[in-house]
Write a protein that binds this ligand. Structure first.
Ligand code: HSE
Length: 433
């Protein structure tokens, strides 16, 4: 029991009893004594709500008040912290979060989409009311990356934040490689396993991971969340040939998020990239997430762990709740919301080496024409490999030295005019990690 002279219990209202909400209830029931010992006060649930009351969720809920309406739940007098696990960037999640903050409640959310679109407004609202709005569970599931950036690395000028932040995409890409299976078959497998969001494009289109990157960039660079300027490209067009042939050149393909502050402005990309197989990112298997944080004093820090699932995501929600119970009142994005600056979006990505996969007709001078086009665009070839001819054409892989995307686009247009290509070239950025 709480010390009678200390603060009273911290009372939670939890909206959304899906995988994460159920996980939070389970932890609070199972770890009640430990949570009290660690925070000096009881953490109790007073009310819960979800779309369906009757569903068997495998957890005791009868002892809590039930609220069908998330706004009513968020504003109850006996709720100190509104735990928003409804999801969706607008609708009930946003309405209830706004209502909770306006009522002076603290809010803990796992909702990356809502914060990617409304983070600045909600952070300012929280601050105007002296409330706390925290979102550890919104980024990389159980990995405490928000905490790492906001607290552990707060003394650094961050230069780059990058990572694999969508477990479903990493599962699909690594399963394609290990099974030698094409994208469509592995996508169907992921759907059967329940790995995909209700709208799969959130996963495979890079949107979910893009939301997460935009949130981390805001903390890392002290800038307002700018999801609209995240360059997004999904994994739908990655073929098994790309995966096996990139592996042959010593790389693995990842849906990689990179945010970096450059002289050209803030660069935010969530795109398929090649990383060296031997690097920590290259070694990442299955549904696991990895975030790499680079600061001027600390150098490179790598965090790896479960990016989704009941236990890991609920663990992250609890870390925010525990902070509030302890009286730790941090700004949403690590500094007062009105001090976050509007970043100028970078007008071009940082130069990088590229991987090119082309199919060349079997005729004299074909390769020379491609080499000339690259040379004319100022692009130097680092490595090249040609495979056996089949049907009078052969795949050729080229790894370039560092170049700009503009120069590469000039070269790709030039290649199209050579008359020696079969099909379209594939060009993937190689991220230096
Ligand atoms: N669908 C996400 C993933 C988890 O696969 O990582 C929630 O963001």
């Amino acid at each position: 029991m709480t010390n009678p002279t200390g603060p009273g219990p911290l009372r939670l209202g939890i909206a959304g009893l899906g995988t994460v909400g159920t996980g939070v209830v389970k932890i609070i029931q199972r770890q009640a004594a430990r949570l009290t010992a660690r925070t000096g006060r009881d953490i109790v649930i007073t009310a819960v709500g979800a779309r369906s009351r009757d569903k068997d969720r495998g957890v005791r809920l009868g002892e809590y008040e039930w609220e069908n309406d998330p706004v009513a739940l968020a504003t109850r007098d006996d709720v100190d912290v509104f735990v928003e696990l409804v999801g969706g960037d607008t609708g009930p999640a946003l309405e209830a979060t706004r209502a909770a903050l306006k009522a002076g409640k603290d809010v803990v959310t796992a909702n990356k989409a809502m914060l990617a679109h409304h983070g600045q407004e909600l952070a300012e609202l929280a601050e105007s009311k002296g409330s706390v709005l925290r979102f550890e569970a919104a980024v990389a599931g159980g990995i405490p990356v928000v905490k790492a950036l906001t607290e552990g690395l707060a003394g650094n000028e961050m230069s780059r934040v990058m990572g694999v932040m969508n477990g479903t995409c990493n599962y699909i890409l690594t399963r394609m490689e290990s099974g030698g299976i094409g994208y469509n078959a592995v996508f169907a497998e992921a759907a059967d396993l329940g790995y995909l969001e209700a709208d799969p494009n959130l996963d495979v289109g890079g949107i979910d991971a893009g939301h997460k990157l935009a949130l981390l960039a805001a903390i890392a660079f002290g800038t307002r969340v700018d999801f609209d300027n995240v360059t997004l490209e999904g994994i739908q067009r990655i073929s098994i040939d790309d995966i096996t042939q990139a592996a042959d050149m010593g790389y693995r393909i990842k849906l990689l998020g990179v945010a970096q502050m450059t002289a050209r402005g803030l660069e935010q990309r969530m795109t398929p990239c090649l990383v060296p197989t031997a690097s920590p990112l290259g070694q990442l298997e299955g549904g696991t997430n990895m975030v790499v944080l680079e600061g001027d004093s600390v150098g490179q820090t790598v965090l790896r762990g479960a990016g989704a699932g009941m236990g890991p995501t609920a663990s992250a929600v609890l870390s925010d709740v525990i902070d509030i119970a302890r009286g730790t009142r941090l700004s949403t994005f690590g500094q007062p919301a009105h001090t976050l600056t509007v970043a100028k979006p970078a007008n071009a990505p940082t130069p990088a080496p590229f991987y090119l996969r082309i199919r060349l007709q079997d005729k004299p001078g074909a390769l020379a024409k491609i080499a000339t086009v690259l040379g004319d665009a100022g692009i130097s070839i680092d490595r090249m490999r040609q495979y056996d001819h089949k049907d009078s054409s052969a795949p050729v892989l080229i790894v370039t030295h560092k170049t700009t995307r503009d120069a590469l686009d000039v070269a790709l247009a030039g290649m199209a005019g050579t008359g020696v290509l079969v099909g379209d070239p594939v060009a993937l950025r190689i991220e230096e990690v």
